[in-house]
Design a protein around this ligand. Structure first.
Ligand code: TYM
Length: 356
């Protein structure tokens, strides 16, 4: 596994890559919600942005994956547009990386059909997303096959590009592992065709906790701090954040370690002197939760000011986004189609009857 510090964006996949060559990395985001939150940002998007300069990066919006949960046309359309704008506004540079939509490259779906044959039903049943649903009381006749097959589509997304590392949050580790298993099972039969990728997960930010202070920050759990929502919404999210449950009055000495409000200060607040001062006062019981939260809100505004402005500019020019996505899809398809062809030839689907 590649452990990665936020500012140490180095890729060291197991596949040998000549030192002079850029390393290929790949990642994606599912537009299952209408906007990215700071968990997505610090866990995945920021590391991905840092990595785009020195590596050959492929980043995409996994719109087909969203169908497992979003089945209203208007909602899906809105989510896709928002997540694309969010991703670009946060600093992903389409001149430095290949940025595209999954559905614009049909090879993803084609590769999925192939890969399903190199993983067993039992293995798929052990995947978290599926198992979690069952544990939450869902019965199998309410779980769609899109959800069950989700890891196969994700393996297709990855293996088509032969990347050495996949920068993601901790919750995606199992998906990268099953991708490796599929590639291994394929290679065992046919020789070294597919590349086994490594998950690349930040030790510090691979699992950003939610405002409830317990569970992973996640839109579906309602414990997020957004990035691009109206300021009143962000303010409310920050003000509702859990702090030290044992502290009743502002004059009680408080606990800083593991306190979500300080986890967010450490992530968001560029004024490190202010963070140290607040922590000191919190421990002594000379600052109230409200002031700590208001300062976090101010830091949030500073940190995302440029991104919010960029997003407005992008939003006003849909043709620019269309151009970016067209270019990205072309570049991505060139690589993906080459691997698909190689795979088709290897397994016997391309043969003397249809070979050009
Ligand atoms: P998604 O859209 O759920 O999340 C996007 C990225 O954000 C990370 N993340 C977090 N990181 C830290 N703390 C959190 N609280 C947090 N919440 C989310 C996720 O780990 C992820 O990196 N299946 C993927 C999308 C995908 C993909 C791929 C990724 C489709 N194909 C191929 C990599 C390679 C997903 O739904 O991520």
């Amino acid at each position: 596994m590649v452990e990665q510090g936020l500012h140490k964006a180095e890729v060291t996949g197991s596949t040998p890559v000549p030192a002079t060559m850029k390393k290929r990395i790949l990642s994606g985001i599912t537009p299952s919600g209408s906007a990215l939150h700071i968990g997505n940002y610090f866990g995945a998007v920021k590391p991905q942005i840092d990595l785009q300069y020195d590596n050959e990066a492929f980043y995409f919006v996994a719109d087909l994956h969203a169908l497992t949960t979003v089945q209203e046309r208007g909602v899906l359309e809105n989510n896709i547009k928002n997540v694309i704008l969010d991703y670009l506004a946060l600093g992903l540079d389409p001149e430095k990386c290949v940025f595209f939509r999954q559905s614009d490259v049909p090879a993803h779906s084609q590769m999925m059909v192939v890969l399903g044959n190199y993983v067993t039903f039992a293995h798929m049943q052990r995947m978290h997303a599926f198992k979690d649903k069952l544990q939450k009381g869902a019965v199998t006749d309410t779980i769609n096959m899109g959800l069950f097959n989700y890891p196969i589509l994700m393996a297709a997304d990855i293996l088509l590009y032969k990347p050495v590392a996949i920068p993601v949050g901790e919750d995606q580790r199992q998906h990268v592992e099953i991708t490796r298993d599929m590639a291994e099972s394929f290679n065992k039969k046919y020789g070294d065709i597919l590349v086994l990728p490594e998950p690349m997960i930040s030790k510090e930010t691979g699992r950003v906790v939610g405002t409830d202070g317990e569970r992973k920050m996640s839109k579906s759990l309602g414990n997020v701090i957004g990035i691009f929502e109206d300021e009143e919404v962000i303010h409310k999210q920050i003000m509702s954040c859990f702090t030290d449950p044992n502290r009743i009055k502002a004059t009680d000495p408080g606990r800083v370690d593991g306190n979500p409000i300080f986890i967010f200060h450490d992530l968001l607040n560029d004024d490190k002197a202010e963070v140290s001062e607040l922590k000191e006062r919190y421990v002594k019981g000379t600052v109230g939760d409200v002031e700590v939260k208001e300062r976090l809100f101010a830091a949030h505004k500073r940190t995302f000011k440029d991104a919010r402005e960029r997003r407005n500019t992008l939003k006003a020019d849909e043709e620019m986004t269309r151009r970016i996505l067209r270019k990205g899809a072309e570049e991505a398809a060139t690589v993906a189609n080459q691997t698909l062809r190689e795979v088709y030839e290897t397994i016997g689907i391309i043969n003397s009857l249809n070979k050009k």
